[in-house]
Design a protein around this ligand. Structure first.
Ligand code: 5GP
Ligand code: MN
Length: 354
């Protein structure tokens, strides 16, 4: 048993820790004041960055540079080449390739923006470096159940983090700083996370923001072309293979699944981003309300879930696949393909009936 005098000591220590964390929480006006002089800033985003992750990060990057800060975007890993046109892309540091450099920059940062993710585990092996830094940590995100950072700007009803970056500029009273480059980064984020403006998360505010971005010079057709009309022949062949050979529909459950092994990816000379969006095709089948895309990569199974209506694949992914996301779009992992498939088929009825 612990000596009796240790108990008050433990209480005092934990009280100090709680207080230290609490005291770091800041208000918007404090953040504004903090940003009123040049700061060393890091912007990071989730592993496997998508259009919203990169569009939000580089929009904020270009804005903060204009305001005189020293800024670095650090991503946990690489991202698809169809996103590598945004201004500032050449300066992005991928933690997995430049660990030492990224560590040094993070350790000396005064402010870290965490964009488009809700919990530090989403930045993978870069998480302990961010966690260990003394910088103020600001979350700007739209995923369900966000953790508490020093400053949280989270809206789970927002269609994209890019829209929230725009709203953040509004809060700072600085939308005048949005130029064509920033507008096109934000446009890319909103366009990709809304499935080209078709998801339920799109609001009249979204269209107002997009209207503003176009007035600032965002070329809607140019951004669309950069992202969607850049397919390799192999990518389209892989899509054809998924739909013609690998699609399973379980009609009585209203569920469709596609699985791919590492060998199949190699057969089509897989490049990052090649399977993005495949899951949406099977959700479009009449009567299908839940779609799952399972792919073997680096020894694990990465899963993308999509659903319709109030079927929460976020909850499914949290409960059974160590993942999360949004109500109708979420992701997670499993250790084997067999486990992924059997767990999915066994548990999904609980989420459909609720
Ligand atoms: P996607 O299927 O397009 O990779 O991801 C769909 C949504 O789920 C995105 O918002 C993404 O951030 C989130 N997501 C994907 N994989 C994971 C995961 O492993 N864990 C968590 N928490 N969220 C994920
Ligand atoms: Mn997003």
């Amino acid at each position: 048993m612990a000596p009796i005098y240790k108990i008050p000591l433990l209480f005092t220590l934990s009280f100090i820790l709680i207080l230290a964390n609490f005291m770091k929480a800041i208000e918007l006006n404090q953040l504004k004041a903090f940003l009123s002089e040049p700061r060393k800033v890091v912007i990071t985003t989730h592993k496997g960055p998508d259009g919203d992750a990169m569009g939000s990060s580089l929009a904020l990057y270009n804005y903060l540079l204009k305001k005189g800060h020293s800024v670095h975007v650090i991503t946990p890993n690489d991202y698809p080449s169809f996103l590598k046109w945004m201004k500032g892309d050449k300066d992005v540091i991928e933690y997995c390739f430049y660990e030492e450099k990224a560590k040094k920059i993070t350790e000396s940062a005064e402010l870290i923006f965490c964009l488009d993710f809700n919990t530090l585990s989403r930045i993978d092996t870069y998480a302990p470096i961010v966690e260990g830094s003394n910088a103020l940590k600001v979350l700007i995100d739209h995923h369900q159940q966000p953790d508490t950072f020093d400053f949280n700007f989270s809206d789970t009803s927002a269609c994209s983090t890019a829209q929230l970056i725009f709203e953040f500029f509004e809060l700072l009273g600085d939308t005048d700083e949005i130029d064509q480059d920033i507008a096109e980064c934000l446009y890319a984020g909103i366009m990709t996370d809304t499935g080209n403006f078709r998801f339920n998360s799109v609001s009249s505010k979204t269209h107002q923001v997009v209207s503003f971005l176009m007035e600032k010079g965002a070329r809607n057709d140019w951004v669309y072309d950069k992202i969607h009309d850049n397919n390799s022949v192999n990518r389209l062949k892989l899509l054809g293979y998924c739909l013609s050979e690998k699609m399973e529909v379980i009609s009585d459950l209203g569920v469709a699944i596609i699985t791919l092994t590492q060998e199949e990816l190699q057969r089509f000379n897989f490049k990052k981003g090649d399977t993005e969006g495949v899951v949406n095709y099977i959700l479009s089948i009449e009567g299908v309300n839940v779609a799952a895309f399972m792919v073997e990569r680096d020894g694990i199974i990465k899963i993308s879930f999509r659903s319709k209506g109030d079927i929460s694949v976020n909850q499914l992914a949290r409960d059974h696949f160590n993942g999360g996301g949004h109500i109708n779009a979420a992701g997670g992992t499993a250790s084997t393909m067999e486990d992924a498939i059997t767990t999915f088929i066994r548990t999904i009825p609980n989420y459909i009936n609720n």
